[in-house]
Write a new protein. Structure first.
Length: 584
């Protein structure tokens, strides 16, 4: 290990020191706003060196670029040597997003132990359902012991409760040995409410703009270049130092940037350069509620150059078709033709009027040029479950047949499918909003705000769990023993069979919009999705329905049960209630 260097960006400071144990050493100012220790410090070995910065007499504060925070976000930082891990993934050549299946998980609730090591022990299970990428909810350092991760304040540090940075390296290595890529969820649109010392160092935050979650980052004001560099270097750290294969960028619509080159475009350019340098694909997935395909339009065509983006419209249309819920934003997706349009067009609102928003929303996708895999879809995810009042999954409302319908639409539909941990066996454990703020006043404010938010949406405040109650966190952990129970095991078998179908028929991963067609009968509740020569027949209803002849010679490739279909191919068929049939 090389000698340790200490430096920090503090453009407005008059004096900066670094605290190393009992010593305080003066840093020297450079012309670019950075301060550095003139002499390097000998390494402390595997244990690292605890340190912090004092700015104009205040502090010590954690290093904004700290790799470790063993004592929490309010404590001193600790150095970390990436080179101590001997990587075992030299044969890993990466994975393209096209044709892949993503599996979203939260490290703290995926297993009873809630660690990277425990998560790695479940990778064989993920392989059995065809998973190509695991997408980890944010793992950066946050205040407290457990959290969703979106309240992070030290973006370069890995949460110690999960095992810290060394365990993260081992987890990525294990994934690659199993042939699974890793996508890391990152949050660049805001910082958490406790432990954010960035304003002590410099103008990291924008004084002119706020978003739903707090102050926006200074992406286009005075001194914004180093702030952008702070974000870009963090992204490159995950992809380079940790060998991660992609990033999911949280709520990019909240990134306030009027620069000629938007941060997302700059990020795509630099990630593309890194991908070329290391010789493996690197993926950027943006989350946005704007339905704007410019995000996934190549930079050469004046787009932002992201590889993919979430399509929440798919989730909403599937959810309404299966549950009948039409409150709030679900009201826009009530007819079955909403699902048909989402399947064939990518978005339901693509420059059309949204009754929920009471305005025109979205923009049309160029279906002649855009491949379908650039849209990531899910029937369940952390947002859509966790932001319900009690965090209830689809399994709380639907039977196995209906859950199989959700799986078939997601895995056999035209877009990149993403599964949420536990959905493959119909987990009954909820996924609730949980926090562990040590500050009593912050904990109370968080709980009160959550209750008031749901009250405004018409939910009974009495049923909203307290996010600060440790039981809320414990309830949200998966119960793996369920997966072997009869009905849960039956659903898990469906997921495995559908993953095999996805690999067996090129029609299913064909990225062309013009190879998609949908027929449906809203009154009878059936839908036929054509993917080239492959057909997925679905009965959403409570009674058997007659489906017209499909045309052409076909064979039965999948059914949700021996009684799911009656009739002789290729004649008209009768589908049992809540059933799926695949003809190829």
């Amino acid at each position: 290990m090389n000698d340790q260097k200490f430096e920090v960006w503090a453009p407005d400071a008059h004096a900066v020191q670094v605290q190393l144990g009992p010593r305080r050493l003066e840093l020297t100012a450079r012309d670019d706003g950075w301060w550095e220790l003139p002499a390097s410090v000998p390494p402390a070995g595997a244990g690292g060196i605890d340190y912090g910065f004092i700015v104009d007499g205040s502090g010590p504060f954690a290093d904004p670029r700290a790799r470790r925070q063993p004592g929490g976000v309010h404590a001193l930082s600790r150095t970390f040597d990436f080179a101590e891990h001997i990587w075992q993934d030299t044969d890993w050549t990466g994975r393209q997003l096209a044709g892949a299946i993503i599996y979203e998980l939260h490290v703290g609730t995926f297993t009873p132990e809630g660690t990277f090591e425990a998560a790695a022990s479940r990778l064989d299970h993920l392989k059995s359902i065809g998973v190509d990428f695991v997408e980890l909810l944010p793992v950066n350092a946050f205040n407290g012991t457990h959290n969703w991760g979106y309240d992070g304040v030290l973006w370069y540090a890995v949460h110690e409760g999960y095992g810290g940075p060394a365990a993260y390296q081992s987890f990525v290595d294990a994934c690659h040995r199993h042939g699974i890529g890793v996508i890391q969820d990152v949050v660049y649109n805001h910082l958490g409410p406790s432990g954010n010392y960035l304003p002590r160092y410099g103008p990291y935050l924008s004084e002119a703009a706020e978003n739903t979650w707090g102050s926006s980052l200074n992406l286009d004001g005075p001194h914004s270049d180093p702030v952008r560099r702070y974000i870009l270097d963090n992204a490159l750290m995950w992809l380079g130092d940790y060998h991660v294969d992609g990033l999911r960028l949280d709520a990019v619509h909240a990134l306030r940037d009027t620069s000629a080159t938007h941060l997302l475009e700059q990020l795509a350019t630099e990630v593309g350069a890194l991908s070329a340098a290391i010789g493996r694909p690197l993926t950027l997935i943006a989350e946005s509620d704007l339905n704007d395909p410019r995000l996934i339009t190549p930079r050469e065509a004046n787009g932002y150059g992201q590889d993919a983006q979430w399509s929440d419209d798919f989730h909403h249309a599937v959810h309404v078709a299966l549950t009948g819920e039409t409150a709030g934003y679900y009201a826009d997706f009530e007819p079955l033709d909403a699902l048909a349009k989402v399947i064939t067009h990518g978005f339901f609102h693509d420059g059309t009027y949204s009754s929920f928003r009471e305005r025109t929303h979205g923009r049309r996708i160029d279906r002649e040029r855009m491949p379908t895999w650039r849209l990531v879809v899910a029937s369940q995810n952390h947002d859509q479950i966790g932001n319900r009042a009690i965090g209830d999954r689809l399994s709380a409302q639907l039977d196995v047949g209906q859950l199989a319908i959700a799986a078939a639409l997601t895995l056999l539909g035209p877009y990149t499918p993403m599964l949420f941990m536990g959905e493959e066996w119909g987990a009954t454990t909820p996924w609730q909003f949980f926090t562990s703020h040590p500050e009593p006043e912050l904990g109370t404010a968080t709980a009160t705000g959550r209750i008031n938010e749901f009250a405004r949406m018409g939910w009974d405040p009495q049923i909203v769990p307290d996010p600060q109650d440790p039981a809320t966190f414990e309830r949200s952990k998966l119960n793996w023993s369920e997966s072997s129970e009869t009905e849960h095991g039956r659903l898990l078998g469906f997921y495995r069979d559908l993953a095999v179908l996805r690999r067996s028929y090129p029609d299913i991963t064909d990225p062309r919009f013009d190879q998609i067609a949908v027929e449906f009968d809203a009154a009878d509740g059936w839908l036929r999705l054509r993917r080239g020569g492959t057909q997925i027949l679905i009965n959403f209803g409570e009674r058997s329905v007659h489906v017209p002849a499909s045309g052409g010679e076909v064979v039965l490739s999948f059914a949700t049960g021996p009684d799911a279909v009656q009739g002789r191919l290729p004649d008209a068929l009768t589908l049992a209630p809540h059933s799926v049939v695949v003809l190829a």
